[in-house]
Design a protein around this ligand. Structure first.
Ligand code: NAD
Length: 478
């Protein structure tokens, strides 16, 4: 497996002579040691991205040629999905099927955007007989991208595919906890002949390499998916340079369940929204449930029954439903949140402790009932298999609880009454609202955050416009 940094179209030998061990979350085995990029590698990466941008390679590339290049990347991702999925599962902990699916999803993203290279239309704005105005979408320049560990292959593809269309060249840092699978991209870029310098992959710890990348003066734009804490740091670090940023951050997503809802559907959605896949380590996890007392007993009984039966285990086993947390640190963090929930007076309905299976970072799927809306577990992103249940009496109260956190990423409403669903969706402050299910998604659909969950949109055509800037050209006709 390739463990080096990918710069200017090549995997390069380490200059820093340092590397980072990558651990398997299900047993702490070392999956590999990836090269750490420090100042020399970072300078080379920015230099090559800048050169590629200045040469206007992507901007001047024929739209059909760009489309073929992106389709070729999609095809290679599909070709390598079994091999890549296995490695992603080892370093990230998710099941092999989920990881193979992540490569397939990444391929779908490249396919979707490959179909759009020649469909970005610019605007002509009428203004009388003697003037002519048009507006074009242009790139920012060199784009720095920083990726989190929960869906590293799919987030990489979304960021890169959209930016290739707009014409930004790229320096991208995969997450240090599971970086190896991202190196499949380097191989693929070589195999399909992506011009040198357009996409450069550098590895390293967030607080070292990540910070150095952010501080580097040669980025024109920063695309970041991760925690709001790091996003704030990025803003502080770049305040003097006033460069645009695109942030996809955390969430504390709530489902509102009305008394007329199909409760079996709501229970199934909860299980898939917070426990599977990825043990709740999902930005849009259903980490809060706001339910009417009329249907609460039925919901709680069915949910606890299902939750107790979930199979916890390694991503290597095909029947695993709840996989390990990414690291020992994350396990401790989740465990501490659960302790704080118990201290706050919430009732533990199920779970609430680690699952001791070998050396893995396992936590039992956990449901808290009678949670106080202002308690820590109700307000902060836990990023683990833990959800909190609240009661409401009228619709206004449900909306108030749903909107009571600093986040605004996703949300859901369960009801058979479309009017009530619309009334609810209109009032929830979140970038995505699902009705009667969780994860109704597709690469052609835009998503992103409200409030502390970030800004900018990814997915669909909106995503393309979100990664560029417009220029107006106004002529006086002679
Ligand atoms: P994180 O913020 O700790 O790290 C994200 C990336 O930033 C990593 O590559 C890390 O190395 C890097 N980083 C860390 N410190 C840095 C610094 N000081 N300067 C520059 N880079 C730095 O987040 P995480 O733990 O990897 O991911 C979990 C978070 O990501 C959660 O909050 C989750 O909700 C969020 N997330 C959001 C979305 C979305 O689409 N909204 C998707 C996935 C994850």
């Amino acid at each position: 497996m390739e463990l080096r940094n990918f710069i200017n179209g090549k995997f390069i030998d380490s200059i820093s002579k340092r590397n980072i061990p990558v651990l398997n979350p299900s047993n702490q085995d070392i999956v590999g040691n990836i090269d750490e990029a420090l100042d020399d590698e970072i300078n080379l990466a920015f230099e090559s991205a800048r050169k590629a941008f200045d040469k206007r390679i992507l901007i001047d590339m024929d739209a059909k040629e760009k489309s073929l290049m992106m389709r070729a990347i999609a095809n290679k991702l599909r070709e390598k999905k079994s091999e890549g999925g296995k490695i992603l599962s080892q370093e990230n902990g998710k099941t092999i099927a989920q990881c193979v699916g992540e490569f397939e999803g990444a391929a779908n993203t490249f396919d979707f955007y490959a179909g759009l290279t020649d469909k970005i239309e610019h605007k002509i704005i009428p203004s009388g007989n003697d003037t002519f105005n048009y507006v074009v979408l242009e790139p920012f320049g060199v784009s720095l991208m920083i990726v989190p560990w929960n869906y590293p292959v799919s987030i990489f593809s979304g960021m890169v595919a959209q930016n290739l269309i707009v014409g930004n060249t790229i320096v991208i840092k995969p997450p240090e906890l599971c970086p190896i699978s991202s190196n499949f991209y380097g191989k693929i870029f070589q195999e399909v002949g992506v011009p040198e310098g357009i996409i450069n992959i550098v590895h390293g710890y967030g607080e070292v390499t990540g910070r150095k990348l952010v501080q580097h003066p040669d980025s024109d734009y920063i695309v970041f998916t991760g925690s709001p804490q790091v996003a704030s740091e990025i803003l502080k670090e770049t305040a003097d340079r006033i460069i645009p940023t695109h942030f996809e951050l955390g969430g504390k997503s709530a489902a509102i369940i009305y008394p007329d809802a199909d409760i079996d559907k709501a229970v199934d959605s909860t299980v898939k929204g917070i426990f599977e896949p990825n043990a709740g380590q999902i930005c849009v996890a259903m980490s809060r449930v706001i339910i009417h007392p009329k249907v609460k007993d039925e919901y709680m009984t069915k949910l606890t029954e299902k939750t107790k039966k979930l199979k916890i285990g390694s991503g290597n086993n095909a029947d695993t439903q709840v996989t390990p947390l990414i690291s020992q640190e994350q396990l401790k963090r989740v465990s501490n949140y659960v302790k704080s929930g118990i201290q706050s007076g919430a009732t533990l309905a199920v779970g609430g402790e680690e699952a001791h299976i070998g050396e893995g970072n396992y936590y039992k799927p956990t449901v808290f009932d009678n949670v106080k809306p202002d308690s820590t577990i109700a307000q902060e992103e836990i990023f683990g298999p833990v959800t909190s249940v609240f009661n409401f009496d009228d619709e206004e109260e449900a909306i108030n609880i749903a909107n009571s956190t600093k986040y605004g990423l996703a949300s859901g409403v369960f009801t058979t009454d479309d009017q009530k669903a619309k009334w609810t969706a209109d009032r929830i402050q979140a970038g995505i609202i699902w009705q009667n299910d969780w994860f109704v998604d597709g690469v052609n659909l835009p998503g992103g955050g409200y409030k502390r969950s970030g800004y900018g949109r990814d997915g669909g055509i909106d995503g393309i416009y979100s990664h560029g800037q417009t220029k107006r050209i106004s002529k006086r006709l002679v």
